[in-house]
Design a binder for this molecule. Sequence first.
Ligand SMILES: Cc1cc2nc3c(=O)[nH]c(=O)nc-3n(C[C@H](O)[C@H](O)[C@H](O)COP(=O)(O)OP(=O)(O)OC[C@H]3O[C@@H](n4cnc5c(N)ncnc54)[C@H](O)[C@@H]3O)c2cc1C
Length: 292
Amino acid sequence: MTLADAFPEITKRREPLAPYTHLKIGGPAEFLVQPRTADELRGVMRFCKTNNVPLRMLGGGFNLLVRDDPVPGAVVRLGVPGFGTVEVAGKTVKAAGGANLFDLIARAVQAGLGGLETLVGIRGSVGGSVRCNVGDRSGEIGSAVRRVAVLHEDATEHVRTRDELTFGDHKSDLDEPVILWVEFELTPENPATLMKRMRRAWVTRKGAEPLTFQSGVRMFRDPPGQTAAKLIDRAGLSGYRAGGAEVSPRNGNYVVAHPGTTAKDILKLMDVVRANVKDACGVTLDRELNVW
Ligand SMILES: Cc1cc2nc3c(=O)[nH]c(=O)nc-3n(C[C@H](O)[C@H](O)[C@H](O)COP(=O)(O)OP(=O)(O)OC[C@H]3O[C@@H](n4cnc5c(N)ncnc54)[C@H](O)[C@@H]3O)c2cc1C
């Protein structure tokens, strides 16, 4: 029995993943599963564990490159509204793993709660964003996290508290298969002040990204005390192309996928960038982009 037989209403076989990712490239998932409830999600996880089916979580696909070949096993997406809730209670905001990061930030600012507003403009789901500890010099999401509910491979739930969590530069130790919900502890502030800060952050962030009509993703983490973008520029790689993939002239740490780009082009470009930065600057860049 396959996943498609066990969960026919929520499973698509050989579903192309490109439309579900920001880069819009890559091969199909053997099974794309979109559970409607947490119980259904647990059932899918138990099926995968019992039958040795690999399981991957797909968020908004903003930090993801899907290779050109089919992705074996289950790709699970928390796409229904039940996995997108955001609730405010006092100084805490609880967001489901599939919630949109923008909705979380907007609800917090509306409620006069500060701590997330400078992340405005970063796109993704709450689960993917906390796992990747999104942010920049203005702050990172991990510093506002109070508790995270995760599901282990066997679908058992565990709530990890602040002292059990480690956040690093664009990474965390949240390596359980599923982030079910995240609770944030924020600071009461005047909503008008938060709005002002949010607008400033939006303008700064958009000015340092590829143009809005382009599909571009970040490639590498910033090494301590340096930025990957500056190192890539210093290595003379701004505008460098491999097939349809190009190092963004607006920010060297973004690869832009022009029409017709393949995952292979992007991987080749990243290899060249890493090798040239090592030669020119003596720094080995660490990949931030998740590759399936
Ligand atoms: C134009 C652009 C600008 C960006 N700017 C920034 C920036 O300024 N700062 C920054 O930090 N990042 C930035 N990013 C990166 C990106 O926005 C974040 O990493 C994003 O929040 C990832 O969330 P996602 O839902 O898209 O995750 P995905 O890309 O779908 O997945 C990323 C990882 O998270 C895992 N995952 C997703 N959902 C879950 C879940 N519910 N449970 C467990 N694991 C899960 C996936 O399996 C994968 O390993 C930018 C990206 C783009 C395209």
